[in-house]
Design a protein around this ligand. Structure first.
Ligand SMILES: Cc1cc2nc3c(=O)[nH]c(=O)nc-3n(C[C@H](O)[C@H](O)[C@H](O)COP(=O)(O)OP(=O)(O)OC[C@H]3O[C@@H](n4cnc5c(N)ncnc54)[C@H](O)[C@@H]3O)c2cc1C
Length: 497
């Protein structure tokens, strides 16, 4: 231990979506000292000091990320506010079945009914609202009509319910991304009991006898040890399992291979990675659509999408949904097109995949990125491929509606739902909602890493509170569920004093 050890009541490790909620809510208690530690920069409350790309909600930025040139499924933010600073600002909610699955593993506090107050708290704190009409391009407006033409009814995307189409809630106003650092920390920063340390990577936890004795943190090439009574890990789905494994908590054999002394043999750490794969079906925009999108862009109101369909595959339980169908038109997500030309198309995403991937270390050194295998479409029963094909068939029908076919034509070639498995795999993308690598579960679940209150098995003062504890991915975008889960666990932790 270095001689500049500093102590707090609670250390929050990782300043992303969940970390911002935890730091803000726990420091509302003036008798608790809280320190929030983030590997990336703390850009502060003044919007003028933030890069335009990170504030601009019209595009997904590639700034302030862990690895600049990594494959898409590895992209994650490295700055205070976490992935809320670089994400699509879309907020939707999962189904009753998603919550029932969580409640079976984590107890009744995870049901949709029990989580409702926390969902509402997150909506309010993030200032989420419906997109104003001017942000709808002709493509998005026609996509609403197309969904109705296919027989879907309009639903509220922010609540459970059934299949249907609608508009997600946004945490962006006038094109400015309102991230979790703004929403949760602006009012918390002046509190004397809250310390925020940016540019500080947690290398590992010093754990002995099941108790965390300190967090070893690297700042500006210098190591310090931060001490606390309790430690809350919020480094995200890739960062939290990596930090646990570097600290000796994880699959014992894997740690042995890397020369890391095992403190707790938890095979679930870094296992059970689940993310939502999807395929984008490109369409050829007409000259009229290109011109209309160009006019929108000139007005500063071009957003690639403002609607989605919650759809059910043939394998989906009646009354629920297991697909997001997402029509987009605008500048391409990857690459560039000549001025005045845009990309149009429709994606299908598998929302409740059965396949599982892994996060593993290749070195005990915190500077070496973990190995991430998303495991897309690897389930033995072929469930995910079948759901994907079903979604692509819906895409095909949506593209052929009267509302959309006058704006964009099919491109040459086989319809996507008839492509070979190999071709589909080659076209696979991610919806960027990875969860599950420190999954909660019951005491008899060999893969459980935490209990329903976030406590790490075999330890006494360590919790994980972030997307990694969700054992299954909800049929939703994950930001709002993670915000609500962090609100709920913060409330629980506050009540323990
Ligand atoms: C490109 C992209 C687009 C997305 N779009 C949407 C969307 O439109 N809607 C939606 O609902 N969800 C979206 N998501 C998902 C959503 O952002 C995540 O579900 C959410 O951010 C998860 O919160 P978290 O707190 O678990 O992790 P994060 O928000 O990722 O926070 C983790 C934080 O921990 C820090 N950290 C990691 N390791 C360490 C360490 N060793 N020491 C110190 N700090 C560390 C990181 O730098 C980061 O700030 C998107 C994600 C991405 C990447």
């Amino acid at each position: 231990m270095t001689d500049d050890a500093i102590g707090y009541d609670t250390l929050v490790l990782g300043g992303g979506v969940a970390g911002c909620v935890l730091a803000a809510r726990l420091s509302e208690d003036p008798d608790r000292t809280v320190c929030l530690v983030e590997a990336g920069p703390d850009l502060g409350p003044d919007r003028n000091t933030w890069p335009d790309g990170v504030l601009n909600a019209r595009a997904l930025p590639r700034e302030e990320v862990w690895e600049r040139h990594a494959p898409a499924h590895r992209i994650r933010a490295r700055l205070l506010g976490g992935s809320s600073c670089i994400n699509g600002c879309w907020n939707t909610w999962g189904s009753e079945a998603d919550h029932a699955a969580w409640a079976r593993r984590g107890g009744p506090r995870w049901t949709a009914t029990a989580m409702e107050p926390y969902r509402l708290a997150a909506l309010s704190q993030m200032g989420m609202s419906q997109a104003p009409e001017r942000e709808f391009s002709p493509w998005s407006t026609s996509a609403l009509a197309a969904a109705a033409e296919l027989g879907y009814s309009q639903v509220d995307m922010g609540t459970p319910g059934g299949p249907g189409y609608g508009t997600p809630l946004l945490n962006a106003v006038d094109g400015v991304r309102h991230n979790a650092a703004f929403a949760y920390l602006d009012e918390a920063r002046p509190r004397p009991n809250l310390t925020i340390i940016g540019n500080a990577t947690v290398e590992r936890l010093d754990i002995r006898g099941g108790r965390v004795r300190g967090a070893l943190v690297e700042t500006d090439g210098r190591q310090r040890t931060l001490l606390a009574d309790s430690y809350l890990l919020a480094c995200g789905t890739f960062g939290s399992p990596a930090l646990l494994m570097r600290s000796g908590i994880g699959p014992a054999n894997h740690l042995l291979d890397l020369g890391i002394r095992s403190e707790a043999d938890l095979p679930g750490v870094g296992s059970n990675l689940v993310d939502q794969p999807g395929v984008f079906v490109p369409l050829q925009p007409t000259d009229e659509l290109n011109a209309a999108l160009a006019a929108k862009e000139a007005d500063g109101d071009l957003y690639v999408s403002r609607m989605l369909v919650r759809a059910a595959s043939e394998l989906c339980p009646v009354g629920s949904w297991d697909l997001h169908i997402l029509p987009v038109a605008g500048p391409p997500l990857f690459g560039k097109l000549p001025p005045g030309q845009y990309e149009a198309g429709i994606s299908a995403f598998v929302m409740n995949p059965a396949s599982r991937g892994t996060v593993r270390l290749t070195s005990a050194d915190s500077a070496t990125p973990p190995q991430i295998d998303p495991g897309f479409l690897t389930d033995e029963d072929g469930h995910d491929l079948a759901v994907l094909r079903s979604g692509l068939e819906i895409v095909q029908r949506m593209a052929a509606t009267t509302a959309l076919k006058s704006l964009a034509a099919p491109v040459q070639g086989q319809p996507a739902h008839h492509l070979s498995d190999q071709d589909l795999r080659a076209r696979l993308g991610t919806y960027w909602h990875p969860v599950g690598t420190c999954a909660m579960g019951t005491a008899d679940d060999p893969l459980a890493v935490v209990d329903g209150e976030g406590r790490v098995r075999g330890t006494t003062n360590l919790r994980v509170v972030d997307a990694s504890v969700l054992p299954t991915v909800p049929a939703a975008n994950t930001q709002l569920p993670v915000l609500a889960a962090a609100e709920m666990l913060a409330d629980l932790i506050r009540g323990e004093r």
